[in-house]
Design a protein around this ligand. Structure first.
Ligand code: KIV
Length: 264
């Protein structure tokens, strides 16, 4: 299988070909996802909640992400693999370089970090040092204590304008991909149209170039609070492979996310 690169994602954006991505944390699921046609995966710091049982992503370390990145890379050798820089692992330039290097050595193709224009110099620095960067705006779970909970972001005009401005500045700084989480669909549409890089949404409506889901949400494993944007694809499918195929098809056809999964 030919490796997926960031150039493919840019082509898909230009061709208006929507793409489905998913989190993966181990070799077996990564292999299954790749075999069903998922071309982009994320080793997310959501593993702090889904795998480790914490109530936030804050306890996750670079070593944790590196461990799971190595496993996912072995299972899915051709995917474009994103790995999260966890909480406080990119607070200083030196620390950022060490953390990013560890994840790239573990098999990531791109690192993802959460935040707005305070990251402009960080994005420039990483890009100049050959580390491709995916940004993450909107509900950034590492900021849960600042936000006072997991809340939709960008509902007011001022915060929406700030988010759009941040997205443009980060693209200017070298960001190659953007994840938008839990923002009103209309704001996500504006950001997607304003950027020339691909935008991947989660709880951001269906105007973005791609979608991402935490695999536990896509397979109905999540217990307790189920996010509004989540859809259990296994419930309507006979097995996990069919569920993943259904997720890919529904994203490609613009069926998922529907209104009921979106914020307005
Ligand atoms: O950590 C994660 O899984 C993520 C996705 C929800 C985008 O950041």
């Amino acid at each position: 299988m030919k490796p997926t690169t960031v150039s493919h994602l840019r082509q898909w954006k230009q061709q208006k070909h929507k793409f489905a991505t998913i989190t993966a944390y181990d070799a077996s699921f990564a292999q299954l996802f790749e075999q069903q046609g998922i071309k982009v995966m994320l080793v997310g710091d959501s593993l702090g909640m889904t795998l480790q049982g914490h109530d936030s992503t804050l306890p996750v370390t670079v070593a944790d992400i590196a461990y799971h990145t190595r496993a996912v890379r072995r299972g899915a050798p051709a995917c474009l693999l994103l790995a999260d820089l966890p909480f406080m692992s990119y607070a200083t330039p030196e620390q950022t370089c060490h953390s990013a290097a560890e994840l790239m050595r573990a098999g990531a193709n791109m690192i993802k970090l959460e935040g707005g224009n305070w990251l402009i110099d960080t994005v420039k620095m990483l890009t100049e040092r050959a580390v491709p960067v995916c940004g993450h705006l909107g509900l950034t779970p590492q900021s849960v204590n600042l936000f006072g909970g997991y809340k939709v972001q960008g509902r007011e005009e001022a915060t929406a304008n700030q988010l759009l401005a941040d997205a443009k500045s980060l693209e200017q700084a070298g960001m190659q991909l953007l994840v938008l989480e839990c923002v009103p669909s209309e704001l996500a549409r504006k950001v997607t149209e304003a950027l020339s890089i691909p935008v991947i949404g989660i709880g951001a409506g269906n105007a973005t170039d791609g979608q991402i889901l935490v695999m536990h949400d896509a397979l109905g494993i999540t217990s307790g609070h189920i996010p509004k944007f989540a859809k259990n694809f296994l419930a309507q499918s006979g097995d996990i492979r069919s569920a993943v195929q259904r997720y890919i098809q529904e994203v490609e056809q613009g069926v998922y996310p529907a209104e009921e999964h979106s914020f307005n």
